[in-house]
Each structure stands twice: as structure tokens, then as C-alpha cells.
Design a protein around this ligand. Structure first.
Ligand code: HEM
Length: 408
């Protein structure tokens, strides 16, 4: 007799190996109901893709994290994020910021991203060992997104720490731990003051956050809640997911030595490596939606108002889409499409930036410390609701010199 099928996105055992459960969900319960936490989960690629496309039925207005869900149209009292809006409200606000994150605009940041990555590699390169997350991958994306937003260097360590704490969750529990709530409130308080100082012209350097103060949507300035929503969304979405993606890449490549050797020998394979990491194990494992009408699917009837998880992690390993090798990590796969960055109107606004950051970080890591070994016995997982990756990833490599050209 098979074990009863249970999927709890907060269970640490699921974080350690979600794929056995994902396969059973796809095969045995493609529309799965979790009675205890009261949510549905879609796990087949085609179903997840269709749901991402159908924003009228699968609304984002009830929140995109299970633990942050609320009745649809009950606005968040402290901020309003585009990720929690549907068109047409979403369309106008996304349009305001999307020009900053186009492939062309982002490409202009390559030298700066490389300088930042190399600065962190330089702090460990002479010693021959590092915690990849604490020392490199978990640091540099905050500097990159801060450069875009115009956040001063002296505040970035605090934001890194609060972003880490704000996402941390406890084993099996839907409750947001008090430490996480406090961290999010501290980030909100920081940006409330920061926006004041920007209005008073006290923050030098500008950046996107200062630009937002002067922009209009439908002939009006952005509200305080919308401004805070952008600050929070960019800080959280732009940092953790990218940091975890780079860590996931190194951890995966260390367990696939032939593919790692291929990447070291031919760095032009790195863009497709980034894509395969995001397909095989996206740092975002699911998004939450709320139904605006009843839906029948695979013999189940989901009701208006119900919570539905779109399981990105499960969809991206569906054999029905990716063939019999869907569950294997293979940088030579080149899939036509995946949902690692979502799909449709909310498709990751930062995807071009994330791809650039992933490519540059993997290029520099494999150029400068490419013979790394990962201490798998001492790696530590980061436990959150839907962000998947490593908190600590100890590595050793042949020591080398710092780069003379990289200023501190
Ligand atoms: C590997 C790194 C990343 C992954 C896996 C990722 C994943 C995702 C996913 C799955 C969504 C869809 C959300 C939904 O449908 O509800 C999303 C949206 C979003 N992402 Fe990313 N993301 C990454 C990096 C970034 C970066 C670097 C930024 C920086 C700007 C960013 C900003 C956003 C924003 C603003 C949205 C909301 C877009 C909207 O609602 O229209 N992300 N991301």
C-alpha cells in the first residue's frame, strides 16, 4: 500500500526532496486538495500554464503566497504590490517600471554586475574556501538591485538580513513567524523614511525609487501604498530568488561533474545552464491564486474563493511536457518553454536581470574557482514558503590571487 498522498509546502521534508511528492501529485491527484491547510494544488505543466494565462479566473488579488492570502479585494493595509493586482490595474503600474528591466537596458549593467560579483569572490579567493551563500551568491544580488533602485551601500546589509528573515518559515506551519513579521515591518519602516528623505532631496544618486516619485499613472502620482509596494517587491523579489538560483546552480553542477567540466571548458554553455537550473529547480516553487468562479478539472470541482497553488516546481518536471528525462538535470536540454519565471501578465519582470546576474556569477565562479568541491555534509537548507535554495553552501577550491582591477 502506498503512503497516503500529502503535500505541505512548509514541511522541511518536502523542501529536502519535493520531487517524489510532485510526481505523485501529477500522476495521482493533478487537482489536489489539502484539507488541513485548505488549498488546491495544480501540478501538471499544461494546467499550471493555463492557470497562469487565465488571470480572470485565477486572480492574484487574494495574495500570491499561501501564508499571506486574504479574501479577494481586501487590500493589504500597508502596501500595494503589482504582483497582487490583476489587469487592468496591474497593466498600467507594470508599464511604469517595465522599461527599466528590458533586455537592452539590463545588458548595459553587465560590467557593473561583474565588478560586484568579483568584489565578493575577491574576499575569499586567497583562502581556498568559502560559504558560497554567505560570501558570494547571497550577497551580490542585493548590491545589483540596490544599484538599480538607488539604495545607499550602507543600508544593504540590513536589507539582506531582513529579507532573509522576512521569508523564513517554520516546519510544516502556515503561520508567519513573529521574527519574519518584524523583519518585514522594519523594511517597511525603512522605506517609509527613505521615501520621505527622497522627497526632501536628501538621498543622493537617485535610481528607480527616486524616479517613481515623479511618475504618473492615469494622470495621477503614485500613492504611498503603491510606492511602498514597489520598494518591498523589488527588494524581496529581486534579491532572494536570484541569490538562491546561483547557489542551486553550483550545488547541482557539483553533483553533475561532467556538466560542470563542460561549463568550465566552454563558458558559452552558461546561459543555457542558467535556464536549466531555473527549469529543473526554480528558486520559486509555487505561486498562489484565488478563484473568481467555480472550475471543474480532472473530475474535481474547485469553488469560487478557493485557494489554488500553481506548482512551478512540479510543472517544470512534468514528463508530459519535457519527456521521459524531465526529472534529470541536463544543461544540454534547451526546452522551448518552462514556468520557472512564471507566465503571462505577471511573467517575472526581473527575468532579464536574473538571467544576466546568473550568467555573470557562474562565468566568474567557474573562471576563478571552477575546481570547487561542495561540502554536502555541511550544507544547510533555507526554509521558506516558496523560495527554495541554500542558506549555507560550504565550498573548497584552489586558492588564487585577487583581481588587481576590482576596487573594494
Ligand atoms: C532566478 C531569479 C528569479 C525567479 C526564479 C523569479 C520568479 C518569478 C516568478 C515565478 C514570478 C511570477 C509571479 C506570479 O505569477 O505571481 C515573478 C514575478 C516578478 N519578479 Fe521575479 N524572479 C526572479 C528574479 C527577479 C529579479 C532579479 C527581479 C528584480 C526586479 C524580479 C522581480 C519580479 C517582479 C517585480 C515580479 C512581479 C511582476 C508582475 O506582477 O507583473 N524577479 N518572478
Amino acid at each position: 500500500m502506498a503512503e497516503p498522498l500529502e503535500y505541505n509546502p512548509y514541511a522541511f521534508t518536502v523542501h529536502d526532496n519535493p520531487y517524489v511528492t510532485y510526481r505523485r501529485l501529477r500522476d495521482e491527484a493533478p487537482v489536489y486538495w489539502n484539507e488541513e491547510l485548505s488549498f488546491w494544488a495544480l501540478s501538471r505543466f499544461e494546467d499550471v500554464l493555463d492557470a497562469f494565462k487565465d488571470y480572470e479566473t485565477y486572480s492574484s488579488r487574494g495574495g500570491v503566497a499561501l501564508e499571506g492570502r486574504r479574501p479577494i479585494d481586501k487590500a493589504h493595509p500597508k502596501f500595494q504590490e503589482i504582483i497582487e493586482m490583476d489587469p487592468p490595474e496591474h497593466t498600467a503600474l507594470r508599464g511604469l517600471v517595465s522599461r527599466v528591466f528590458t533586455v537592452r537596458r539590463v545588458a548595459q549593467m553587465e560590467d557593473e554586475v561583474r565588478r560586484i560579483v568579483n568584489h565578493y569572490i575577491d574576499t575569499v579567493i586567497e583562502s581556498g574556501h568559502a560559504d558560497l551563500m554567505a560570501d558570494v551568491a547571497g550577497s551580490f544580488p542585493m548590491d545589483v538591485i540596490s544599484a538599480v533602485l538607488g539604495i545607499p551601500e550602507c543600508d544593504r546589509d540590513m536589507l539582506r538580513d531582513r529579507a532573509d528573515r522576512g521569508l523564513t518559515r517554520e516546519d510544516g506551519s502556515l503561520e508567519i513567524p513573529i521574527e519574519a513579521v518584524e523583519a518585514i515591518l522594519e523594511v517597511l519602516a525603512y522605506f517609509t523614511e527613505d521615501l520621505e528623505r527622497r522627497r526632501a532631496g536628501e538621498v543622493p544618486g537617485g535610481g528607480l525609487l527616486s524616479d517613481l516619485l515623479g511618475l504618473e499613472v492615469d494622470g495621477r502620482a503614485l500613492t504611498e501604498l503603491e510606492l511602498l509596494g514597489f520598494c518591498l517587491l523589488f527588494t524581496f523579489a529581486g534579491f532572494e530568488t536570484t541569490a538562491k538560483m546561483v547557489g542551486n546552480a553550483v550545488e547541482l553542477l557539483s553533483r553533475h561533474p561532467d556538466q560542470r567540466a563542460a561549463v568550465v571548458a566552454d563558458p558559452s554553455l552558461i546561459p543555457q545552464t542558467v535556464e536549466e537550473v531555473v527549469r529543473f529547480h526554480s528558486s520559486t516553487q509555487y505561486m498562489h491564486r484565488t478563484l473568481t468562479r467555480d472550475v471543474e478539472m480532472h473530475g474535481q470541482r474547485m469553488r469560487e474563493g478557493d485557494s489554488v497553488l500553481l506548482l512551478i516546481g512540479a510543472a517544470n518536471q512534468d514528463e508530459r511536457e519535457f519527456g521521459p528525462t524531465a526529472g534529470e538535470f541536463d544543461i544540454f536540454r534547451k526546452p522551448d518553454r518552462h514556468v520557472g519565471f512564471g507566465y503571462g501578465v505577471h511573467f517575472c519582470l526581473g527575468a532579464a536581470l536574473a538571467r544576466l546576474e546568473g550568467r555573470v556569477a557562474l562565468e566568474e565562479i567557474h573562471r576563478r574557482m571552477g575546481d570547487y568541491t561542495v561540502d554536502h555534509d555541511n550544507k544547510v537548507r533555507f526554509h521558506s514558503g516558496n523560495v527554495s535554495g541554500w542558506k549555507n553552501l560550504p565550498i573548497s577550491f584552489t586558492p588564487a590571487s585577487r583581481l588587481a582591477s576590482v576596487a573594494g
